[in-house]
Design a protein around this ligand. Structure first.
Ligand code: URA
Length: 207
């Protein structure tokens, strides 16, 4: 197990590498707009890690993940299960904002994914909650669950077990909180899925 100081150092190294990631097709766009890369925030010892897709404008302007409208939804959902934002870790697959909020391109995902994998292996959450179908797809593919991938309308709230990249990791796909902004039914589903997340979290905590 890595010490807290070791984790801080290892996460700082990722931060510095991403800051200087000139190989990224999003690097110039970041610089031109005085944007920040968005590495992630929260507890380095978090049991739950939330993974979105890529930062939006608010996030790139502040360097903080999920700090806009969908972030408010996420905060409320986290609080609804008795946790605070500081208790969990929140990050994205892609660490720089794609222009005009377009979806990240496959080569961008490929470029940034190793940084996310390192974050996961440093923090070692017991549960990864993916936010949205792209995050679900890439995380499940990455950790040996390709054959279990199904549409998010089926997969949301399901519990997947894997022993990659370490033993007894649980992956729970969730809808992206942005969808809940314009779809009340999805918001209710998310609220229900968070209740499931709370149950799994409590069970995992006691083992
Ligand atoms: N959407 C995401 O996927 N990530 C963020 O950080 C903000 C919005």
């Amino acid at each position: 197990m890595m010490s807290l100081g070791g984790k801080t150092k290892a996460l700082r190294a990722i931060h510095d590498e991403v800051c200087n990631l000139k190989a990224s097709p999003l690097y110039e766009y970041r610089k031109q707009n005085n944007y920040y890369p968005v590495l992630g925030e929260g507890s380095q010892d978090a049991d739950i890690m939330f993974i979105g897709e890529a930062p939006g404008k608010n996030e790139a302007e502040t360097g903080r993940p999920f700090c806009g409208a969908s972030g408010k939804v996420l905060d409320q959902l986290i609080e609804s299960i008795g946790l605070k934002r500081d208790d969990v870790y929140i990050t994205n697959i892609v660490k720089d904002r794609p222009p005009g909020n377009r979806d990240p391109l496959p080569d961008e995902i490929e470029l940034y994914m190793p940084f996310l994998k390192r974050q996961i292996e440093i923090i070692r959450p017991k549960i990864i909650a993916t936010l949205g179908r792209y995050s679900m797809k890439h995380i499940m593919e990455c950790y040996g669950l390709s054959l279990e991938i199904r549409p998010i309308s089926h997969a949301h709230g399901m519990v997947f077990h894997t022993d990659e990249p370490y033993e007894s990791l649980i992956i729970i796909p969730l809808y992206h909180p942005a969808v809940a902004l314009y779809n009340g039914a999805t918001r209710e589903i998310l609220a229900e899925d968070f209740k499931k997340l709370k149950i799994i979290f409590k069970k995992k905590k006691s083992t």
